[in-house]
Write a protein that binds this ligand. Structure first.
Ligand SMILES: O=C(O)CCC(=O)C(=O)O
Length: 440
C-alpha cells in the first residue's frame, strides 16, 4: 500500500498521520480509541496504576489547602508504553479549579510576564487584559470608557512565567529577562511532584496556553530545559483536548488521550524526550458549556475539615518547614534522561490558531529584575505559604459568588487553558552564560 501523503505530497510519518486524523473535522474521527482515564477498565492494555509516595503528608496538607482532594482518593495512572507519562484524573475538589482559571485570565497575563500580544500589538503597561474583556462585556459597569480596539483576551495565546521562553530561538532568555514565578504555582507543583516521588522538584518556568476551538499545537519535544531529568507538570482547565503522546521519534505511533478539566499530566524520565501535540479541542457537551467540576458541592464546603488520617486541622497552621528546600541531588524516580541530538530541531511550538495570523510588529522585552533571589546557585526556594493561602482564600471567596465567576465561566465556553511548569536548571546550577545544552 502507498504511504499516506500530506497536501504537499510529502510522505507522512506515523505521528503526523495520527495528528491529521484527530484534527480532521469532516468526517469527524472515531474517538473510541482515545484513552479516557475516567474509564480505566476499557484501556487496561495501555494504562496501569501509578503508586504514590505515601510519606508526604505535609505536602498533602498543602495540597488540600489548594482545594485538592485527599491523595488517597486520587486516581493516578501511567502509560505502559511510556511509563514516564503520569496522569492524575482531576484531583481538584469541585469548584476549586475556579482559582486557577482566574489566575490564568486575570493575573498571569499581566506584566512583567511575557505574552504573544506584545509581539504584534501595542499593549500599554497599564492595560489590563482581563479588564479589557470585562469592558467589552458590560461597559456600564465601569466609570471610564474602555480603550478602543482592545479585546486583548480573545487574541491571547500564551503567557510565559519565570524564565521566559524565547520562541524564536527555542531557548530560555536567561537572567536578563526574568520575572518571579508565581509562588502559588511553585508551591502547588512542588507538593504535587513530591507526592509523585519527585522530592527535589523546583519550578522555575511556566507556559500558559490559551486554546480556542480551532487552536492546535503541533508535534514537538520540550527540550530547552538544562535539567531534562526533572518532570514537567501540565494542568488542563475548561474544554477537553485530544492530546497525542508519541515516542522519541516521529516514527512511533502516538497514543491519543483525553485531557479534561482539572486533569494533571506529568512528563518524566524518558518521556521528557518524546513528541507530543494537541490536534483538537472538543466542543462542550450539549447544555453544559462549562464542565460540571466547576460547580461547588457539599464536598467542597467541607474542604477545611479535619483530615482524618493526620488528625490535624489546617487553616491557621504554619507552613511545613520543608517548603524551604535545598536540592542536593537530581530528581528521584526518573530514569535518567537519554540525550538524543536528533531532537534538537523539535523544541516547543506555540499554540496555533487557524483564525489568527499576525505579523511580528515589535520586538519585545519584559522588565528586568536584578535582585533575583530565585537565581541562586542552589535550587533553594521558600514559598511564603501564609500569603499564598491568604490570596487563595480571598480569591475563592470572591469566585464562589456566581456573579463574579460568570465572566470567567463565559470565557471557558469556547476555550481551554493549559499551564505547564518546568524546572529549568539542574540543582546547584545558575543560569548558564555559556553552557552546552543537552544534546549539543
Ligand atoms: O496544552 C497541552 O496540554 C500541552 C502543552 C504543551 O505541550 C506545551 O506547552 O509544550
Amino acid at each position: 500500500m502507498a504511504a499516506p501523503m500530506d497536501m504537499q505530497g510529502e510522505v507522512m510519518d506515523p505521528f503526523k498521520i495520527e495528528y491529521k486524523r484527530y484534527k480532521r473535522r469532516n468526517p469527524p474521527p472515531d474517538l473510541s480509541e482515545i484513552i479516557d482515564f475516567d474509564k480505566p477498565g476499557n484501556f487496561s492494555d495501555k494504562i496501569e496504576a501509578y503508586n504514590l509516595d505515601s510519606t508526604c503528608c505535609q505536602d498533602e496538607l498543602v495540597l488540600n489547602k489548594f482545594g485538592l482532594k485527599p491523595v488517597k482518593e486520587w486516581k493516578v495512572y501511567r502509560l505502559k508504553e511510556s511509563p514516564g507519562f503520569i496522569f492524575i484524573v482531576n484531583p481538584f475538589i469541585p469548584g476549586y479549579q475556579r482559582y486557577w482559571v482566574k489566575r490564568s485570565l486575570k493575573d498571569f497575563p499581566e506584566k512583567p510576564n511575557m505574552r504573544n500580544l506584545d509581539l504584534y500589538m501595542e499593549v500599554a503597561e497599564s492595560d489590563n487584559i482581563w479588564e479589557s474583556r470585562i469592558h467589552k462585556r458590560d461597559p456600564s459597569l465601569y466609570s471610564t470608557d474602555p480603550p478602543e480596539n482592545t479585546d486583548f483576551l480573545s487574541k491571547l495565546r500564551w503567557v510565559t512565567l519565570g524564565y521566559h521562553y524565547n520562541w524564536g530561538k527555542k531557548e530560555y532568555y536567561g537572567k536578563e529577562i526574568w520575572s518571579s514565578l508565581p509562588s502559588d504555582i511553585g508551591a502547588l507543583t512542588k507538593c504535587l511532584a513530591s507526592v509523585l516521588g519527585f522530592r527535589q522538584y523546583h519550578a522555575q518556568a511556566g507556559i500558559v496556553n490559551y486554546y480556542n476551538m480551532s487552536s492546535t499545537l503541533g508535534g514537538h519535544v520540550d527540550e530547552a530545559e538544562f535539567d531534562m531529568s526533572a518532570p514537567l507538570l501540565s494542568f488542563s482547565f475548561g474544554q477537553t483536548a485530544i492530546y497525542l503522546q508519541g515516542g522519541k521519534t516521529r516514527d512511533v505511533k502516538p497514543d491519543a488521550v483525553f485531557l479534561k478539566s482539572g486533569d494533571v499530566m506529568i512528563m518524566s524520565g524518558e518521556t521528557r524526550w518524546c513528541y507530543h501535540s494537541v490536534p483538537r479541542i472538543l466542543p462542550p457537551a450539549k447544555g453544559k458549556p462549562v464542565p460540571e467540576c466547576f460547580k461547588f458541592t457539599e464536598e467542597a464546603s467541607g474542604k477545611y475539615e479535619c483530615d482524618q488520617r493526620t488528625g490535624e486541622t489546617t487553616v491557621e497552621e504554619r507552613p511545613p518547614e520543608h517548603h524551604c528546600v535545598e536540592n542536593e541531588s537530581t530528581q528521584m524516580n526518573t530514569s535518567s534522561a537519554n540525550i538524543d541530538p536528533k531532537h534538537s530541531s523539535s523544541t516547543h511550538t506555540q499554540v496555533g490558531d487557524s483564525n489568527l495570523q499576525f505579523q511580528n510588529k515589535t520586538s519585545h522585552r519584559t522588565s528586568t529584575q536584578s535582585d533575583d533571589q530565585s537565581q541562586t546557585t542552589t535550587n533553594s526556594q521558600c514559598y511564603d505559604l501564609d500569603s499564598v493561602f491568604k490570596q487563595f482564600d480571598e480569591d475563592m471567596k470572591y469566585l464562589k459568588d456566581e456573579d463574579n465567576w460568570k465572566p470567567f465561566a463565559d470565557y471557558l465556553h469556547e476555550t481551554r487553558i493549559n499551564f505547564n511548569v518546568r524546572q529549568v536548571m539542574k540543582p546547584g546550577q545558575s543560569f548558564p552564560e555559556e553552557i552546552a545544552k543537552p544534546g549539543t
